[in-house]
Design a protein around this ligand. Structure first.
Ligand SMILES: [Fe+2]
Ligand SMILES: [Fe+2]
Length: 269
C-alpha cells in the first residue's frame, strides 16, 4: 500500500533520491538562515529587542542546512543543484510572500510593518516545517541513520513556531492586529498552493529516479491534489490562528546552566 512511510522509506533507501531529498532540504534551510540573519541585521530600530531571537532563528536554520549536508556526506554523497520548481523558499518569495530578497540585500533598516510581515510569514512556514518534522519523527524517529537529526530539527521547528505565536500575539496587543491577520491569510493561501506545486515537482523527480510505474505516480499526484483541496477548504485555518504556546520565550537565551546559548549546537554533525 502507498503510505507516507513507505514512500519516504523508498526515497531514503536509494542514494540518488536521498541525495535529491537532502539537497532540497539543505538549500531551503540555508536560505531561511540567510533571510533571518539579514532580518536580524536590519531589524526596525524600535524592535531591536527581537534581534537576538531572529539571529537565533537564523542560526538554527543554518544548522539544519549543515545537518542535511552532513547526512549526505555520511553516505559519501555530494549535494545536487536544486531544480527551481522544487525551491519552496524561492517560489514563495516570487509570490510576494515574506520579505523580498532585494530588500534584504540593501542596507536600509526594515520598518516595523516589515517585521510584522516577516513574523506572520514565518508563523505559516514554520507550521509547515513543524508538521513535516512531526511526520518524520513519527515514522523515522528510531531510524539509525536519521533519527537523531530528525528529532533535533523537530524540536527546533517547534521552538520557531512557538516563538512566532508568542511574538505575534504581543504585536497584536500593541496594535498590529489587522496587518497580522491580513498577512497570515495571504501567506497561508499562497503557501498551500506553493506547497502543492513543490510537492508535485519533487514527486515527479523522485518518480523518475525510482522508476515509479505510471499508476503509482498518478495516485501520488492525486493524493497531493486531494491534500491541497482539503487545505483550501479547511486546513489553512490551522495556519492562521494564534495561541499562546506552552513553550514561552522559546528562542530566548536561557542561562548557560540550563543549556542555553545561541542555537543548540549539533556536536554529532
Ligand atoms: Fe529549519
Ligand atoms: Fe524553522
Amino acid at each position: 500500500m502507498l503510505t507516507a512511510k513507505s514512500l519516504f522509506q523508498e526515497i531514503i533507501d536509494d542514494d540518488e533520491s536521498f541525495r535529491l531529498f537532502c539537497s532540497i532540504a539543505a538549500s531551503g534551510e540555508s536560505q531561511g538562515g540567510w533571510e533571518n540573519a539579514r532580518i536580524a541585521a536590519l531589524v526596525a530600530p524600535g524592535m531591536r529587542e527581537l534581534a537576538p531571537k531572529i539571529t537565533r532563528h537564523g542560526a538554527d536554520e543554518d544548522k539544519h542546512g549543515r545537518i542535511f549536508n552532513a547526512l549526505l556526506k555520511k553516505r559519501g554523497l555530494e549535494p545536487v543543484p536544486v531544480p527551481p520548481e522544487t525551491d519552496y523558499t524561492m517560489l514563495l518569495e516570487q509570490r510576494g510572500i515574506g520579505l523580498a530578497h532585494d530588500k534584504l540585500r540593501r542596507e536600509e533598516p526594515l520598518t516595523e510593518a516589515d517585521i510584522v510581515v516577516y513574523l506572520a510569514h514565518s508563523r505559516v512556514t514554520e507550521q509547515r516545517a513543524a508538521d513535516q518534522m512531526d511526520m518524520l519523527v513519527t515514522y523515522f524517529g528510531d531510524h539509525p541513520e536519521l533519527g537523531r537529526a530528525i528529532h533535533m530539527i523537530d524540536n527546533d521547528e517547534a521552538n520557531h513556531l512557538a516563538y512566532c505565536h508568542e511574538e505575534l500575539l504581543r504585536l497584536a496587543r500593541e496594535g498590529h492586529g489587522r496587518l497580522i491577520q491580513r498577512t497570515l491569510r495571504e501567506s497561508a493561501l499562497a503557501e498551500i498552493q506553493v506547497y502543492r506545486d513543490v510537492s508535485l515537482a519533487v514527486m515527479g523527480h523522485m518518480g523518475r529516479i525510482l522508476n515509479w510505474p505510471r499508476p503509482k505516480a498518478a495516485a501520488l499526484a492525486a493524493g497531493i491534489r486531494g491534500m491541497y483541496a482539503y487545505e483550501r477548504l479547511a486546513g489553512w485555518h490551522k495556519m492562521v490562528g494564534l495561541r499562546m504556546p506552552e513553550r514561552r520565550d522559546a528562542l530566548g537565551v536561557p542561562p548557560p546552566e540550563a543549556g542555553g546559548g545561541p542555537a543548540t549546537p549539533a556536536p554529532a554533525y
